[in-house]
Design a protein around this ligand. Structure first.
Ligand code: MN
Length: 287
C-alpha cells in the first residue's frame, strides 16, 4: 500500500485561516493524533495575534509548534508562557483545563505554525491537567537535512516531553533526498508546511495529509527544493473516541456533561486570566 493523500479542510480559528489535516472523514486519527491545524501565516501586531479566547479541553494533549512568530499561552493552571519557533508547548488536559492563545504585547510580524491534539488513553484521560514548555528539543541529523523530535522518538532520538501512548511527532527540514527509519508498529501521517516532497513517487504539498499504514520500517523523502514537513505517527489508537468541539471523550453523554460544565463556568475547567472573551458555543444538537 502506498501513500494515501487526503485534502485538508479549510477553517477559521479566531481570526486565523487554517488547513485542517485531521480529523477528516476518510481518516479520523493517525496513532493518537486526532487533530492537526496548519495555521497562518497571519500578520500579528503587539495587541492582535491568534486571539483565541479562553476555551476548554478534556481527554487530550495540545501540541503547539510555530515556524514563524511568537504567541502567548495562558491557561487555567496559571501558566503564562511565550512560545517561539523551535520550542514546544505541551498542555495535558486530563479531566479538564482551559487556555487562551494571545498576542504577546511586543511581537509584530507573521505567525505560522501547527496546532495538534493527541487523544489521551483511558489510563490518563481523567487525570490532572498539566503544562510543559520545552525551550529546545533533540535533533536528528539526516543526510541532507535534520529532524527535530517534538514528542516520542524517531530513529533512536527521544524527546523529553510527556507522552501517554507510543508515538512520534517530528519536524523535518529537508534540502535533498533523505531516507528515514520508522517504527514499523506505527502508522504515520505527513503534513507539508513549506515546499513540497515526493513520497513513494507521489507529490505531497501543503493542504494535504499523506497517510502511511503500519508495517514500514523506513521512508524515502525527496523534497522539491527545500521542504518543511511534520511527521506524525503512533500505534493505531485502540479506543473508540468521540470528538465534539474541544473535547475528546468516549460518548455523546460525556461531551454534553463537559459542555454543561463549561457553560455553567463551574470549577471543572478553571479560569484563564485573559482579556479575551471566553469562547462559548451552543450545546451539541443531541443534548
Ligand atoms: Mn485549544
Amino acid at each position: 500500500m502506498g501513500i494515501e493523500i487526503i485534502e485538508s479542510a479549510t477553517a477559521t480559528v479566531g481570526d486565523v485561516g487554517v488547513r485542517r489535516a485531521l480529523p477528516r472523514r476518510q481518516r479520523r486519527m493517525v496513532g493518537a493524533w486526532c487533530f492537526a491545524d496548519h495555521m497562518g501565516p497571519m500578520q500579528a501586531t503587539p495587541d492582535h495575534g491568534l486571539d483565541v479566547g479562553p476555551h476548554p479541553h478534556c481527554g487530550l494533549q495540545t501540541v503547539t509548534w510555530l515556524v514563524a512568530g511568537e504567541v502567548l499561552h495562558r491557561d487555567s493552571l496559571g501558566t503564562e508562557q511565550l512560545i517561539a519557533p523551535g520550542q514546544l508547548n505541551l498542555m495535558t488536559a486530563g479531566r479538564g483545563v482551559s487556555h487562551a492563545e494571545e498576542a504577546t504585547g511586543t511581537y509584530a510580524g507573521p505567525v505560522e505554525g501547527i496546532q495538534l491534539w493527541v487523544a489521551q488513553p483511558a489510563v490518563t484521560r481523567e487525570g490532572d491537567p498539566a503544562f510543559e514548555h520545552h525551550e529546545s528539543l533533540p535533533e536528528l541529523d539526516l543526510p541532507d537535512g535534520r529532524a527535530t523530535v517534538l514528542v516520542g522518538s524517531l530513529a533512536g532520538v527521544e524527546s523529553p516531553a510527556r507522552i501517554d501512548s507510543p508515538m512520534v511527532g517530528a519536524e523535518l527540514v529537508l534540502a535533498g533526498p533523505t531516507p528515514l527509519a520508522l517504527d514499523p508498529t506505527f502508522e504515520h501521517g505527513l503534513v507539508v508546511l513549506h515546499g513540497a516532497i515526493f513520497v513513494d513517487g507521489e507529490l505531497l504539498t501543503p493542504g494535504h495529509l499523506g497517510y502511511l499504514e503500519p508495517g514500514r520500517d523506513h521512508l524515502h523523502l525527496a523534497p522539491e527544493g527545500e521542504a518543511r514537513v511534520m511527521l506524525l505517527g503512533g500505534v493505531p489508537f485502540s479506543e473508540a473516541i468521540t470528538m465534539w468541539w474541544n473535547y475528546v471523550v468516549r460518548s455523546r453523554a460525556e461531551a454534553t456533561a463537559a459542555h454543561r460544565s463549561w457553560l455553567a463556568d463551574d470549577a471543572r475547567f478553571g479560569t484563564v486570566d485573559s482579556d479575551l472573551d471566553r469562547v462559548v458555543v451552543d450545546l451539541p444538537p443531541w443534548a
